[in-house]
Design a protein around this ligand. Structure first.
Ligand SMILES: *Cc1c(COP(=O)(O)O)cnc(C)c1O
Length: 232
C-alpha cells in the first residue's frame, strides 16, 4: 500500500489510466479532482507538488481560504450551497458542481455579473432517490437547465451525482442513468448550449471505476488520495 500522499496520488492516476484503457476511453477525457476537504494546507501543497491541478472543497469558508492560498489551481465547489455565501463561492470556484435550486442559480448569476465572470455550474441530480442526498429529481433536471439558460452569467456544463455507497452494481446503474439523462437533455438544447453541456461529474474513492465506465468526465476523489487508511 502506498504510504505517502504523492505515491497515493500517482497510484490513483495510474489506476485511472488503466481503467480508461480497459473501457476504451482516453485518459484525457477524465479529470481527476482531488477533494481536499479533510486536510490542511500542507497536504494540499503535497498534492499540488504531486501534480494535482483540480481541487475540491465542500464548504464556502474552506474554498475561499484554500483558493486564496493556492490561486493557481482550479477550485471546485462540491458542497451544499448557502444563499448568503454565494458571492464567496462564485469568487473562488472555477466550477460549482452542486446547483439544484433556481433561486440559487439566480443569485449565482447576479454574483457572477458583479465579478464580470460567467460561472460554470453543474446540476446536481439525485438519481438514486435516497432521502439523504441532495439534488433535483431526474424529471426536474431539464427544467432547471432551461431556467439557467436564460441567465447570462451562468453556464451549465453538465450534470453531477453521488451514488449510493457500498454497492458497486447500484452505483454503476446510477452513473449510467445520469449519463443517459445528460444525453437526452443535451439533445434538446440549442447547439451553442449543447456544446458546453458536456461534463459528467460522478465517482468518488469507492466507485470511480464504475463512473469512468459509465462516461464520467470528472471524478471527485478524497480519501484514496488524502487518507493513508483508505483501501479500495
Ligand atoms: C467528500 C466528497 C467526495 C470525495 O469522497 P471520497 O469518498 O473521500 O473520495 C466527492 N464528492 C463529494 C460531493 C464529497 O462531498
Amino acid at each position: 500500500m502506498a504510504d505517502t500522499l504523492a505515491q497515493r496520488y500517482d497510484e490513483v492516476l495510474a489506476s485511472v489510466r488503466a481503467v480508461c484503457a480497459e473501457v476504451g476511453r482516453s485518459a484525457e477525457e477524465v479529470r481527476l479532482i482531488a477533494v481536499s476537504k479533510t486536510v490542511g494546507p500542507e497536504a494540499i501543497r503535497e498534492a499540488i507538488a504531486a501534480g494535482a491541478r483540480d481541487l475540491g472543497e465542500n464548504r464556502p469558508d474552506r474554498i475561499v481560504e484554500m483558493a486564496g492560498l493556492f490561486p493557481e489551481q482550479r477550485w471546485h465547489f462540491i458542497g451544499n450551497i448557502q444563499s448568503r455565501r454565494i458571492p464567496d463561492i462564485v469568487g473562488a470556484a472555477a466550477l460549482i458542481h452542486s446547483l439544484y435550486q433556481v433561486r440559487h442559480a439566480e443569485k449565482i448569476d447576479a454574483a457572477a455579473a458583479a465579478l464580470g465572470k460567467v460561472q460554470d455550474v453543474l446540476i446536481e441530480v439525485n438519481v438514486s432517490g435516497e432521502e439523504s442526498k441532495s439534488g433535483v429529481t431526474p424529471k426536474e433536471a431539464q427544467l432547471l437547465v432551461e431556467q439557467c439558460a436564460a441567465l447570462p452569467h451562468v453556464r451549465v456544463r453538465g450534470l453531477m451525482t453521488m451514488a449510493p455507497q457500498g454497492d458497486a452494481q447500484r452505483a454503476r446503474e446510477c452513473f449510467e442513468d445520469l449519463a443517459a439523462l445528460a444525453a437526452s437533455i443535451r439533445a434538446a438544447l440549442p447547439s451553442d448550449k449543447a456544446a458546453a453541456f458536456c461534463e459528467l461529474s460522478m465517482g468518488m474513492s469507492e466507485d470511480w471505476p464504475q463512473a469512468i465506465a459509465a462516461g464520467a468526465t470528472m471524478i471527485r476523489v478524497g480519501r484514496a488520495i488524502f487518507s493513508d487508511a483508505f483501501s479500495a
